[in-house]
Design a binder for this molecule. Structure first.
Ligand SMILES: Nc1ncnc2c1ncn2[C@@H]1O[C@H](COP(=O)(O)OP(=O)(O)O)[C@@H](O)[C@H]1O
Ligand SMILES: [Mg+2]
Length: 500
């Protein structure tokens, strides 16, 4: 046995984080963390949202300015300071830190700061601050009894929060392992992440034997590190299989590998590699029917797979997985979240229930926007009435800072729609943004009068894509089938950003 367990912090997953929250040991080991340079824009954005400078941040946390400067410049800072800085900036310190060699007891002993509900748009929130979702989580678990899942849904709808709550509240016979794959650029990084996660779990029941034996063979000496050696890269498929074998054989729970931002990671790979990953994962699901996988993400997997099919692949490597779509909160849940945040932030309102409901509706019951609105209301001195709510929504949508992260609705069309499809998508969204629900025949009247949108079947294809990509919904009423924006916020954003 090794004297001191060493794990990179990047391998800590949500269950461990929850465990960490419960533990406290005074057995401190000196250590530091440094910011992953890919996170600099997020740090900057967070400073802007919170209207903090490096100096005011340092003052607020009572740390030195040089620590803050080191932090932002990706130099090592004391672990404790690193975590507090990330918390203050609403960043997930675990993902924001660079993988580091030493796992240590100080990380084990880290405690979540427990406070009242605070507005925390886009930040990491503790599982018990995640409001509602009980029914959906129940449904996810129940489907997982039978098969693996694809959990999709618009960005910021609350998918990751649902998955984290689900992980934190798993039944004793389940072993959910949550991992955010955004930022993973090569297959070996993916396999290493999966292996590190499994090692974290297997630590209590024995180490991941097969992987270590295999790596020992590759390197020619006993392998006891926690990062793959360079020679591992070309053997990623074997290592993936061995990792899963270790997981299946070294403990008796039902394994659920929850991979968030899966399409994002696949998009970082070449077509061939993406397909190999998807194929390998499917074959693992077939070989080990007890292993469940959840692929989650906001770029529809259909875009990724369609691109792969264009590149010559004919199979659909996820057709054994059950699709579930993440939705906004129910009005009741959204109102409850709003009440918690209004109270947590001490924002006085005359009729709490009614005001909260108005705010929830103005945010389309999407928790991210509710957090944002409450954050804005902190600075409002007058009564939060319907007019203030409407004005604030408008200001946020108009903000040049892309505060509400709506630009991806525009960018997705540039990135994932073909040259031929683009003019149809833009035209349809332009029309619907300034009209009530509209039938296909009426849309077609508009489209055919424009030079670039004269193919009726293409119009239908693009409409279907816009439905799949959460821009639109199709509603049947007495006058037939009508198309309209799914969210009024997106409709308003579209109008504003397109100058309509
Ligand atoms: N059920 C919830 N209760 C409270 N806040 C939530 C809830 N779901 C999401 N949030 C807030 O919205 C933000 C975005 O949610 P997230 O789960 O990251 O969305 P997604 O993964 O779909 O992009 C979170 O950082 C959190 O502040
Ligand atoms: Mg997410």
């Amino acid at each position: 046995m090794r004297g001191q367990p060493t794990h990179p912090p990047s391998s800590i997953s949500a269950v461990i984080l929850t465990r960490l929250a419960k533990q406290y040991q005074s057995n401190m080991v000196r250590s530091s963390l440094q910011l992953n340079s890919e996170w600099i824009p997020k740090v900057e954005e967070s400073l802007a949202i919170k209207q903090l400078t490096q100096r005011s941040l340092a003052e607020r946390l009572e740390v030195s300015r040089s620590s803050v400067s080191k932090f932002i410049n990706c130099k090592p800072v004391a672990l404790n300071t690193f975590i507090r800085l990330c918390q203050e900036l609403n960043l997930d310190w675990n993902s924001a830190s660079q993988p580091e060699r030493e796992w240590n007891d100080q990380i084990e002993s880290f405690k979540f700061k427990r406070e009242d509900f605070k507005a925390n748009p886009g930040g990491q929130i503790a599982p018990d601050e995640i409001v509602g979702r009980e029914e959906l989580i129940e449904r996810l678990w129940s489907h997982l009894q039978q098969q693996s899942l694809i959990f999709s849904g618009e960005r910021r709808i609350g998918k990751s929060s649902i998955l984290k709550k689900m992980t934190a509240e798993a039944k004793a016979d389940m072993l959910p392992i949550y991992r955010d794959l955004e930022g993973i650029r090569t297959p070996i990084e993916f396999v290493e992440a999966v292996w590190q996660d499994t090692e974290t779990y297997l630590r209590d029941v024995g180490t991941a034997r097969r992987v270590r034996e295999y790596l020992s063979q590759l390197t020619g000496s006993y392998f006891d590190g926690y990062q793959f050696p360079e020679v591992a890269a070309e053997h990623w498929k074997i290592l993936l299989t061995k990792t899963i074998e270790d997981l299946v054989t070294l403990q008796d729970k039902q394994i659920v590998l929850i991979w968030d931002e899966m399409p994002h990671m696949l998009g970082n790979f070449s077509d061939e590699t993406a397909m190999e990953i998807l194929d390998s994962l499917r074959s693992l699901r077939q070989t080990y029917p007890d292993v469940r996988m959840v692929f989650s993400g906001s770029i529809g997997l259909h875009h990724i797979i369609k691109n792969l099919q264009k590149a010559g692949y004919s199979n659909d490597p996820t057709n054994d997985m059950y699709p579930i779509e993440g939705q906004p909160l129910s009005l009741e849940e959204a109102t409850q979240l709003t009440i918690n945040l209004l109270q947590g932030e001490d924002i006085p309102v005359v009729d709490l229930q009614q005001t909260a409901e108005n705010i929830a509706l103005a945010a389309d019951c999407i928790p991210f926007y509710i957090h944002h609105l409450i954050n804005q209301f902190k600075a409002v001195e007058s009564e939060i009435d319907s007019e203030v709510i409407a004005r604030t929504v408008n200001e946020c949508l108009r903000s040049s800072l892309n505060l509400w992260k709506m630009d991806h609705y525009r960018e997705r069309i540039d990135n994932y729609y073909s040259e031929e499809q683009k003019p149809y998508a833009l035209e349809i969204l332009d029309i619907l943004s300034i009209n009530p629900a509209t039938s296909f025949s009426r849309l077609w009247q508009y489209l055919k009068s424009e030079p670039e949108t004269k193919d009726k079947e293409m119009a239908r294809t693009v409409l279907r894509l816009l439905l799949k990509d959460y821009y639109l919904v199709q509603e049947d009423n007495l006058s037939g089938s009508m198309y309209t924006f799914r969210y009024q916020l997106v409709q308003k954003y579209w109008q504003i950003s397109r100058g309509l």
